[in-house]
Design a protein around this ligand. Structure first.
Ligand code: DIR
Ligand code: MN
Ligand code: MN
Ligand code: MN
Length: 286
């Protein structure tokens, strides 16, 4: 129901008002998958998720050539498909793909280490080519861990922490944001994307935001990004001109309060596409 809640909140009109044309491909369906009811994978809907990954990967690769894809979820497991497809496109353009993960969680489990059995906790491990995804579509293009940045973390499971410590993913947890502000780690990451002439995929999980402003997600964690921190991230992304695709994920309208989380997600996207209260050159203080 997440995509329809974003539509109801006016995502299409907003993008048009920003001067772009929109093609809504509608709600997707997964590729065919093994529906053996006796399959016991220990993971919720593993086979169906593999079907989704295959379909979204194809669609993402195709759509990257057409414009700026916005992948509306739905569960964060969809990023296994969106990012792997975007990564294929990046290879075809001979450009490196960078991924910015805006989330309370690192989503770095594998189906083997996940304690919840929820595949939303796994997409970053998949796209960076970690072992443990043998049943998944083989990756044609891996995103090197050095090209992944995570901002907003405040809930990382022990197995994820251990796996992350061995790799060079850039991580700004909430403490780093408290001490240095959210701009500092983001600008450093964007400088690297720009210097490498990279493509930039942004994956925005609703739970990146503080639950007081974004209650409509199944896995709220207190101490998240404020409204202004989140807008600043999106405004800086827009200023950089580097962002080439985005996921808007984990919105659960059944947990929303009169659509306020959906509206916030649409407003954040608007900032990412260039909406400003004022342009900086209107007689600035600074
Ligand atoms: C938890 C929660 N680490 C899990 N992950 C979430 O289920 O593996 N990611 N909610 O966004
Ligand atoms: Mn989920
Ligand atoms: Mn997530
Ligand atoms: Mn999360």
């Amino acid at each position: 129901m997440g995509p329809d809640a974003l539509r109801t909140a006016g995502i299409t009109q907003m993008i048009r008002e920003m001067g772009h044309s929109v093609v809504d491909l509608g709600n997707m369906t997964p590729d065919i998958y093994d529906t053996d009811p006796t399959a016991r994978d220990g993971i919720h809907m593993l086979r169906e998720n593999i079907g989704w990954t295959r379909r979204l990967c194809e669609v993402a690769e195709q759509q990257m050539g057409q414009g700026f894809p916005i992948f509306m979820g739905g569960d964060h497991a969809l990023s296994a498909g969106s990012v792997s497809g975007v990564a294929r496109y990046a290879v075809s353009q001979n450009r490196p793909l960078f991924v910015l993960w805006l989330d309370a969680h690192s989503d770095f489990h594998t189906p083997k280490t996940s304690s919840s059995g929820n595949l939303h906790g796994t997409p970053v491990a998949y796209i960076t080519g970690q072992a443990g995804f043998e049943d998944y579509p083989p990756l044609r293009a891996v995103v090197p861990p050095e090209q992944v940045g995570m901002i907003g973390l405040r809930s990382v499971d022990p197995a994820e922490k251990q796996a992350l410590q061995a790799l060079s993913i850039s991580i700004a947890d909430m403490r780093l944001i408290d001490e240095f502000g959210i701009k500092t780690p983001l600008v450093r990451f964007l400088e690297r994307v720009g210097a490498a002439n990279g493509l930039l995929h942004v994956s925005l999980d609703v739970d990146f935001l503080d639950p007081s402003i974004a209650p409509a997600v199944g896995t709220t964690v207190p101490g998240g990004a404020t409204t202004r921190e989140a807008h600043l991230v999106m405004e800086l992304l827009s200023d950089s001109g580097l962002m080439t695709s985005i996921d808007l994920v984990e919105l659960n309208p059944f947990l929303d309060e009169r659509g306020r989380t959906a509206q916030l997600m649409v407003d954040l996207l608007a900032s990412g596409l260039g909406r400003r209260v004022f342009d900086r050159n209107t007689r600035p203080f600074m």
